[in-house]
Design a protein around this ligand. Structure first.
Ligand SMILES: *[C@@H]1O[C@H](CO)[C@@H](O)[C@H](O)[C@H]1NC(C)=O
Ligand SMILES: *[C@@H]1O[C@H](CO)[C@@H](O)[C@H](O)[C@H]1NC(C)=O
Ligand SMILES: *[C@@H]1O[C@H](CO)[C@@H](O)[C@H](O)[C@H]1NC(C)=O
Ligand SMILES: *[C@@H]1O[C@H](CO)[C@@H](O)[C@H](O)[C@H]1NC(C)=O
Ligand SMILES: *[C@@H]1O[C@H](CO)[C@@H](O)[C@H](O)[C@H]1NC(C)=O
Ligand SMILES: *[C@@H]1O[C@H](CO)[C@@H](O)[C@H](O)[C@H]1NC(C)=O
Length: 666
C-alpha cells in the first residue's frame, strides 16, 4: 500500500490503472479528473472518473453506481426506489409522495460536490408523511473511490408528536454479481441467493427472517439456515462490512467512522449486511433493545440530528490478486476514515468540525472493599462515555441525541476527543464489576474545551462479603453453557467460538438437556461453563406448548444471623417479556421478589448473547435461610405467551450482611 502511495505522488498518470483505483484519500489531490454533476430529465449524475452515481431528481433515490466497468452495481431488477435509499419507519404509516421535495447543489468545485435532497413537512401532510424535515446529502470527492452520505432530520416545535422506530440507509446490490459477504474477520463467506429464501427453495422457520435452505440454487448451501440476525454485531465493532463481486473483482463497503450518531451505547447490537445482497447503515432501531429504543416525540418537542456521514467505499484488485483481499483493503480504508473524523468537507453548519468540538479525559478507579480494601483499583478496560444528562445507566435507552464512548486503558485512563458542544453526564461500566457509574456533574462541552476530570471513583454496589457468585459480570451471557445446535439447523461457519451462540434454535436445546427436571446449580460443585445454560428459556413440551421453568441454586451457609439481611444481586444480560420471580427455600410461598413484566430485547430469538442490562438487588432476611443446612434459591420465569420469552443472566452473587466478618475461604 505504501509503495502505491509513493507511485501516486510522483506518477499521477497511474491513477486510472486498476492497480491504484482504491488509493483514495492521498490520491485526491493528484487526481486529474474533476468532480462533475450533470442534470438529466428526472435524474442527476455525479462523476469523478472513478465512480459515477445516478440519483432520482428530486427524490434523491440512488438508482445507479457505475464502477470498474460494471454499468450498475445496484440491483437493476428492482424498481428505482428500491436500490439505494434512506428510509424512516414510523407510526402512523407513511404514504408515498414527493410533495415539497427538492434537489439543490450545495457545493460544486473541481474537488468536491455536495448535493442535497430535502423535503419539509406541513400540516396538510398530517398522518401521511412523517413530520420531519429530512435533508439527505451526497458528497463526492475528487479522486475518491466512493461517496459519502448523511442526513439532517429536524422536527419543529409546532409539529405533531410521533414515534420513530427505525431509520437507516439501505443498498440493494446486484444478485448476479455480489455473492461473498464480509461482516467481520470470523463471519465472511459465500452467501446464498435471495431466491433460495423463497417457498420451494427455503422453508420458513420460527419467524420469517429465519429460513432453512432445502433446495438452494447452489447445493453447497443445502441444509444451512439463513437469518440476517446471525450476522448482527455490537456497534463498537460495526465499522466496515459489505460484499465482494469476484468477476470483475469489486468490493462494495459501508464504512461508519464514528458511532456518535448511533443510539443505545457501544454494545447495542445491530444489523449490517445480509442476503439480498443488502448492505445497511442503521442509525436508530429497536433491534436487541425493544420498544424502549423507539424514538418518541411528544407535543412541542423540537429536535434536530445529523446521521452520518458514512462512506461507501468501492475497491478492486488486478486479475492476479485474490479478490478476497478486498476485505483487508476495506479494513485499512476504514482506519483512514476513522482518522479523518470529523470530516472537514461537510457543508452543513449542523456538522461540527474538529475545532468546534471539545474533549474530555480522566482516569476511572474502582473501590470495592471486598476485592481490595486498601487501594483503589484502575478500571481496566472500562467503557466510558458522554451521553445526555440522565439517570444512572440512562444511556442504554437514550436515542435522541449523540453519545461518545471509549474504552479506558489498563490503568483506567480515558480520553474522548471530538465531542459535539452540548451538556452531558459521564457514564461508565467496568468489566468485572456490577452496576453503572455516573458522574452527576453536568459537563458542558464548548468549542475547544479540553476538560480533565481527574481521578473518578466508581463504588460498585456492595453490602457485604461475597458468599458465592456465578459467572463474570460483563453484561454478556457468553461465559455460560452454550449448547451445540440441533444438527438440522447447524451452520458450519458458526460452530466455533466466539460465534457459537449465533446458531439457530438454541432456545429448544434446553428442553432436550432438561426434559423433565429443570436446571440445578450447586455452589461449590457445579461449573458455570458446563452446568449453567446461557439463557433461562421456557420448556418445550411434547404437545408444543412452552412452559415456565424454575432454576435452583443450592448452597449451604455456616452461620446465618436471622436478624440480619443478606443481599442477592442478579445481573441480567437480557430480558424479553419476562417475569422473573425469586423464592428462597420454599417454592410454594409467594415470591420474595418479582420483576413484573420486563424487557423486550428479543435477544433469544435473534441469536444474541445480550440485550439491555438490568441489575436486580434483592434483600433476603436471615430468617429465610438455614444455618448449616442446604439452602435453595428458586428463579422462575413465569411468562409463557411465546416461546422466545426468557432472560439471560450476566452474573449472580449472594452477599453476607454488611456487618458480618467471615472467613471467605471457609
Ligand atoms: C463528467 O466526468 C466524466 C468522467 O470524467 C466524463 O466522462 C463526463 O464527460 C463529464 N461530464 C461533464 C458534463 O463534464
Ligand atoms: C454551557 O456553555 C454554554 C456556552 O458557553 C452556555 O451558554 C451555557 O449556559 C453553559 N451551561 C451550563 C450548564 O453551564
Ligand atoms: C464527578 O466529577 C467531578 C469533576 O471531575 C469530581 O470532582 C467528582 O468527584 C466526581 N464525582 C464522582 C462521584 O466521582
Ligand atoms: C402438554 O404437555 C404437558 C407435559 O408434557 C402437560 O403438562 C400439559 O398439560 C399438556 N398440555 C395440553 C394442552 O395438553
Ligand atoms: C403456558 O403454560 C400453561 C401452564 O403450563 C399452559 O397451559 C399453556 O398452554 C402455556 N402457554 C403456551 C402459549 O405455551
Ligand atoms: C446478629 O445480628 C445482630 C444485628 O446486627 C447483632 O446484634 C448480633 O450480634 C448478631 N449475632 C451474631 C451471633 O453475630
Amino acid at each position: 500500500m505504501c509503495l502505491r502511495l509513493l507511485f501516486l505522488s510522483t506518477l499521477s498518470f497511474y491513477l486510472f490503472s486498476t492497480d491504484i483505483l482504491y488509493v483514495t484519500r492521498s490520491a485526491r489531490i493528484s487526481s486529474a479528473v474533476e468532480v462533475n454533476i450533470s442534470f438529466q430529465e428526472n435524474h442527476v449524475v455525479m462523476s469523478n472518473g472513478i465512480i459515477e452515481m445516478t440519483l432520482t431528481n428530486p427524490e434523491g433515490h440512488l438508482t445507479g453506481i457505475q464502477y470498474n466497468g460494471i454499468e450498475n452495481l445496484l440491483e437493476v431488477l428492482n424498481d428505482e426506489t428500491n436500490r439505494g435509499y434512506w428510509d424512516v419507519v414510523w407510526s402512523p404509516p407513511e404514504s408515498s409522495g414527493t410533495k415539497g421535495t427538492s434537489c439543490e447543489v450545495i457545493l460544486e468545485t473541481e474537488d468536491r460536490v455536495e448535493l442535497s435532497f430535502s423535503r419539509t413537512w406541513d400540516s396538510s401532510l398530517e398522518g401521511k408523511l412523517v413530520p420531519l424535515k429530512i435533508d439527505k446529502r451526497y458528497i463526492m470527492l475528487r479522486g475518491s473511490s466512493g461517496f459519502y452520505t448523511y442526513a439532517i432530520y429536524e422536527h419543529l416545535e409546532e409539529w405533531p408528536s410521533f414515534n420513530l422506530d427505525n431509520t437507516r440507509v439501505a443498498f440493494k446490490l446486484r444478485k448476479d454479481k455480489f455473492h461473498y459477504m464480509a461482516n467481520s474477520d470470523d463471519r465472511r463467506k459465500d452467501m446464498p441467493l435471495p431466491d433460495d429464501r423463497l417457498p420451494g427453495r427455503g422453508e420458513e422457520l420460527a419467524y420469517p427472517e429465519a429460513v432453512l435452505l432445502v433446495n438452494p440454487v447452489e447445493s453447497e448451501f443445502k441444509g444451512e439456515v439463513d437469518d440476517k440476525y446471525q450476522y448482527a454485531i455490537e456497534l463498537k465493532d460495526l465499522r466496515v462490512h459489505g460484499w465482494i463481486c469476484m468477476d470483475p473483482p469489486v468490493g462494495f463497503w459501508q464504512i461508519t467512522p464514528s458511532n456518535e450518531f448511533r443510539v443505545g451505547g457501544p454494545i447495542k447490537s445491530e444489523l449490517n449486511s445480509h442476503v439480498g445482497p443488502t448492505t445497511l447503515a442503521v442509525f436508530a432501531s429497536t433491534h436487541y433493545g425493544g420498544s424502549d429504543l423507539v424514538i418518541k416525540f411528544g407535543e412541542s418537542e423540537p429536535w434536530k440530528k445529523v446521521f452520518g456521514p458514512i462512506f461507501i467505499y468501492l475497491n478492486t484488485v488486478t486479475d492476479d490478486e485474490d479478490p478476497q483481499t478486498l476485505w483487508d483493503d476495506a479494513k485499512s480504508q476504514m482506519s483512514n476514515e476513522v482518522q479523518s473524523w470529523p470530516y472537514d468537507f461537510v457543508e452543513s453548519d449542523d456538522f461540527q468540525t474538529t475545532h468546534q468540538r471539545g474533549s474530555v479525559s480522566g482516569r476511572l478507579l474502582v473501590q470495592d472493599w471486598f476485592v481490595n480494601d486498601e487501594d483503589y483499583m484502575p478500571a481496566s478496560g472500562a467503557y466510558v462515555g458522554l451521553a445526555p444528562p440522565g439517570d444512572v445507566g440512562s444511556w442504554q435507552r437514550e436515542c435522541k441525541k449523540y453519545q461518545f464512548w471509549t474504552e479506558a486503558d489498563e490503568e483506567g485512563y480515558f480520553s474522548i476527543p471530538n465531542i459535539l458542544t452540548d451538556e452531558y453526564n459521564l457514564y461508565a461500566w467496568v468489566p468485572g464489576f456490577i452496576g453503572d457509574y455516573r458522574n452527576s456533574t453536568i459537563i458542558n462541552i464548548t468549542s475547544g474545551a479540553n476538560i480533565d476530570m481527574g481521578d473518578l471513583v466508581y463504588e460498585p454496589p456492595r453490602d457485604g462479603p461475597t458468599l458465592w457468585e456465578i459467572g463474570f459480570p460483563d453484561r454478556s451471557a457468553a461465559e455460560f453453557y452454550i449448547p451445540d445446535p440441533d444438527p438440522k439447523y447447524a451452520n458450519s461457519f458458526l460452530l466455533k467460538d466466539p460465534n457459537r451462540f449465533r446458531q439457530y434454535g438454541l432456545w429448544d436445546r434446553y428442553s432436550k438437556l432438561y426434559p423433565g427436571d429443570d436446571l440445578v446449580y450447586t455452589v461449590g460443585e457445579s461449573d458455570h461453563t458446563e452446568d449453567f445454560f446461557f439463557a433461562h428459556v421456557l420448556r418445550k413440551t411434547n404437545n408444543d406448548t412452552y412452559e415456565k421453568t424454575t432454576w435452583t441454586i443450592k448452597f449451604s451457609l455456616p452461620n446465618v444471623n436471622e436478624s440480619e439481611k443478606y443481599t442477592l444481586r442478579v445481573a441480567l444480560a437480557s430480558a424479553h417479556q419476562s417475569d422473573l420471580q425469586v423464592r428462597v427455600n420454599d417454592l410454594n410461598e409467594v415470591p420474595l421478589f418479582l420483576t413484573g413484566k420486563i424487557g423486550g430485547d428479543n435477544a433469544i430469538a435473534r441469536h444474541g448473547i445480550h440485550g439491555l442490562y438490568w441489575l436486580l438487588n434483592i434483600e433476603i432476611p436471615g430468617i429465610y435461610l438455614y444455618s448449616n443446612g442446604e439452602n435453595s434459591i428458586y428463579l422462575t420465569q413465569v411468562n409463557n405467551q411465546s416461546r422466545f420469552q426468557g432472560v439471560m443472566y450476566d452474573y449472580i452473587r449472594l452477599e453476607a450482611p454488611h456487618t458480618s466478618v467471615i472467613n471467605i475461604n471457609s
